[in-house]
Design a protein around this ligand. Structure first.
Ligand code: GLC
Ligand code: GLC
Length: 827
């Protein structure tokens, strides 16, 4: 069942019912000011940091789930409604929400009155602008009351949600004309305020929440709205809000357009006040308001935003026989990659904005998905991340975006972290050809005096693995690898201990983690990422170092074959007792997804058919109609030696949930191994545009990936298998976005930036006659035409560049700014 449809021309998802199976959200803002907005206008705004500069308040885990947002209330002769249906929930005669690239339009109609609200954050602007168009579509004159609404957060979202003995006595506002200013703590230590304006005269306002809503009412029944009149209330010490009140009369056919600005302003300390020393200096706010004073200016700002996105999305464009693939690649997957870049894992409807900082592994992987769109910012990000690395190649697992410093609460010793840096730096060079990033001086542990060239960071990353091997010559598992929930040294039996940071006294003397437990996943990631490092060394003419590194990779492959091949797939790990994890010998958790894809792409045991055997095992044991589960069978009891993974009920999250992130590794691997049909099958099981048809089951947005989907084992240990199978969770901010972008564009469609040029080696469904693509790459534009006359999956028979045959399948970088035609024949 669907709740809307894609409008590919406008690059929008059009939602036709407010009662989606979960709030379906969008993000506004690409630089400093951000808003989350649901299809019923719920959500909130923040400036740069979702915790420390929260502009509007939002209550997570609320009942109902999505309460609080920017709302317009209409009281039309006693009929009270919102254009977005919620929170009043009066049945509308018409409703539509269009989520586009950085903007959202919500339109409702009731009793002949239509209200269309458009929301976006303009480029280079610290605020959300909103345009409300009210049209009397009836044949009678209408007179009604309009109320706007926003609830201020007292800046620090965490403090705001727990320090009530103070917060109930700090709120402060000012009102001047039609602008409501929020200035809590501005008199003393803060140099920022927020405001909410409308470009017209108003008939009243409210700034005190209880006066507007009423102590015994909810957002669905604000008493001021019910009374049809504002109170001109003043929040002094109490919960501040901003609500404009306006009486509007419209003749039949007449429209009224209002533009609102919800803005944020920072002031130099010596200019904070007017001459009286207490009235806030409003000059900057007034400039911002003037910028969007008219519908024409509003339209210009929106057009500028659309042009920005068209440019970003124009770098890669494909035309395949499958519309769903086209809309994922050309629009939504790229959009999600950019949002993930901007927000990391901070603020979504599942991430509360007050939690963790940026992840070392997460942010490096994000680069893989958006580097072609904004390589300069990718470079900046890579350098920020690498600056938090330790001199021995280990890494802080997270860092804080405001300070860019490593987060010592979580610390380091996540065994996979360093390898992702090799992949992200390589991806940057492959995209841009800018080898100079290797010479950039990059601090260790944020200590500028300890800065070394980026190449040095790659050296220590590579050798951090080599220098930390266990008894089978496989990398030590440490606190966790990519799977945060496989904690082989934790042995926790006390509630509240963090599985990732708790140090069991057992391993204290060994440095905090077992020197026996080994990760096969990290071993295969090493053999997958390592060759990039070797290539880089060769390019720099460091042949001896390259040969030495290659020898380590070869040795690792040998060790994997000797100790980590289980007969039909690769093991997951050795635990701290030296027992196998992810083996046929195990009672539960016999096969895991994570090591398999990288092993196949590293061609480990390929000559003995290990790749095909593994792909067959994956298809048999892990695949479901909604994607590949992470492990099988699910754990049904707590295995203290494995850690957090077995604390999840089977079928959820890392315990046999469908983790869409590493589904992509299998899609890549199947494509790599020439199994384009199998790759495409897995791709289409989880790609949002394909799950649209089952939105009632999938529940989260059909235009973006979520981190996980309930697996086939969900509910099995309580006899309710099937209830939540296929249900998506944790949408938007996930490494899934980047990896599935890689899977479809680089492995299936096979257009992959390489060190020396653009490699074109598709692995597509055999039913396809071919496809076309346009790719801007290192200053030139390539118009690529792939023909598949023999209906195979993979294999380039011939390739021409501007009509001239090319050896192999790499188009050498042309960098001449021109347009070039590439023709590829598969066969
Ligand atoms: C989450 C984390 C990521 C981790 C994954 C698996 O997505 O953000 O770092 O790799 O879970 O545990
Ligand atoms: C990751 C995992 C999650 C786990 C958390 C621990 O985000 O996805 O399951 O609880 O890490 O910090």
């Amino acid at each position: 069942m669907k709740f809307g449809h894609f409008d590919d021309v406008k690059k929008e998802y059009v939602i036709s019912s407010p009662k989606t199976p979960y709030p379906w959200i969008n993000y506004l803002g690409t630089q400093a000011f951000f808003s989350l907005i649901s299809n019923t206008a719920g959500g909130y705004s923040f400036y740069k940091d979702a915790r420390l500069r929260r502009i509007t308040r939002y209550r997570y885990n609320n009942v109902p789930i999505d309460m609080g947002g920017r709302y317009f209330y209409i009281n039309d002769n006693g009929t009270i409604w919102n254009p977005g249906w919620s929170p009043v929930k009066t049945e509308l005669d018409e409703y539509e929400c269009r989520h586009g690239m950085g903007y959202t339009v919500i339109r409702g109609k009731k009793n002949g009155l239509s209200a269309e609200a458009t929301f976006f954050v303009p480029q280079d602007f610290d605020g959300e602008v909103q345009q409300l168009v009210l049209t009397n579509e009836s044949s009678e004159a209408k007179e009604f009351a309009l109320f706007s609404f926003a609830e201020w957060c007292l800046w620090d979202a965490q403090d705001d949600s727990n320090n009530f003995q103070r917060n109930f006595s700090t709120g402060r506002v000012e009102v001047k004309g039609s602008v409501i200013y929020h200035k809590t703590e501005y008199r003393d230590r803060r140099n920022h305020y927020a405001f909410y304006s409308v470009n017209d005269e108003i008939d009243g306002y409210d700034t005190d929440r209880d006066s507007f809503i009423g102590l015994y009412n909810g957002f669905d029944k604000p008493q001021a709205v019910e009374a049809g009149k504002a109170n001109d209330s003043f929040a002094d010490g109490w919960a501040p809000i901003a609500s404009h009140y306006k009486k509007i009369s419209l003749a039949p056919g007449e429209s009224k357009t209002l533009v609102f600005v919800l803005g944020y302003v920072e002031m130099p300390v010596d200019q904070k006040f007017e001459a009286d020393g207490k009235t806030i200096n409003k000059v900057k706010a007034e400039e911002m308001i003037a910028k969007f004073a008219t519908p024409e200016k509003f339209a210009e700002g929106l057009a500028e935003l659309k042009a920005y996105w068209d440019k970003l999305l124009g770098i890669l464009n494909v035309d395949t026989p499958d519309d769903k693939v086209n809309r994922m690649v050309n629009i939504w997957n790229q959009y999600q990659c950019m949002v993930t870049f901007n927000l990391s894992r901070s603020a979504s409807y599942f991430e509360s904005g007050i939690g963790r900082g940026m992840g070392f592994r997460d942010s490096n992987q994000d680069i893989l998905g958006f580097v072609h769109q904004i390589p300069d910012r990718a470079k900046e990000r890579v350098i920020d991340i690498a600056s938090t690395q330790f001199p021995d190649g280990g890494c802080y697992h997270q860092y804080q975006p405001l300070t860019k410093k490593g987060n010592s609460d979580i610390g380091g010793d996540f065994s996979d972290d360093p390898l992702w840096l090799i992949l992200s730096v390589s991806a940057y060079i492959k995209e841009t050809g800018d080898w100079s990033i290797l010479d950039e001086m990059v601090p260790y542990d944020n200590d500028v005096s300890a800065a070394k060239p980026m190449l040095d960071h790659l050296d220590v990353s590579f050798y951090h693995i080599v220098n930390n091997l266990g008894p089978h010559g496989l990398p030590l598992a440490m606190r966790a690898d990519w799977n945060d929930c496989i904690n082989l040294s934790c042995y926790s039996d006390t509630p509240g201990e963090s599985f990732q940071t708790y140090t069991n006294p057992k391993f204290e003397a060994e440095g905090g983690y077992s020197k026996v437990a080994e990760s096969v996943m990290v071993a295969t990631l090493f053999t997958y990422a390592g060759p990039n490092y070797v290539e880089i060394l060769k390019h720099l003419g460091k042949d001896e170092e390259a040969a030495k590194a290659q020898a380590e990779i070869d040795k690792m492959k040998k060790n994997i074959m000797e100790s980590a091949w289980d007969g039909d797939w690769f093991l997951r790990a050795y635990d701290a007792n030296g027992d196998k994890m992810g083996s046929k010998e195990c009672e539960e958790g016999q096969i895991f997804i994570e090591p398999q894809g990288f092993a196949i792409m590293s061609e480990i045991g390929k000559d003995q058919g290990c790749d095909m055997k593994t792909l067959a095992a994956i298809d048999e044991r892990l695949n479901t109609k909604y994607g590949l589960v992470l492990n099988n069978p699910a754990f049904t009891k707590y295995y203290i030696q494995y850690g957090e993974i077995s604390t999840y009920p089977g079928g959820y999250k890392e315990n046999a949930g469908i983790f869409t992130h590493n589904n992509a590794w299998i899609i890549c691997a199947a494509a790599y191994a020439g199994q384009g049909d199998q790759a495409f099958k897995y791709y289409s099981e989880i790609a949002p545009a394909f799950t649209e048809e089952t939105s009632d089951i999938h529940k989260t947005e059909p235009y973006v990936y979520g981190q996980m989907i309930g697996g086939k084992d969900a509910g099995s240990d309580i006899g309710r298998t099937g209830d939540n199978f296929g249900q998506g969770k944790n949408s938007w901010l996930t490494g899934t976005a980047a990896w599935n972008m890689v899977a479809i564009s680089q492995y299936i469609l096979g257009i992959m930036a390489d060190f020396d040029g653009l490699k074109i080696d598709p692995s597509i469904p055999s039913s396809w006659d071919g496809f076309k693509a346009k790719r801007q790459y290192r200053g030139a534009t390539y118009e690529i035409d792939i023909k598949n006359p023999d209906h195979i999956c993979k294999g380039v028979k011939s390739m021409t560049l501007d009509g001239v045959p090319v050896e192999g399948c790499v188009v050498p970088a042309a960098a001449d700014g021109g347009v070039h035609k590439v023709e590829v024949i598969l066969g």
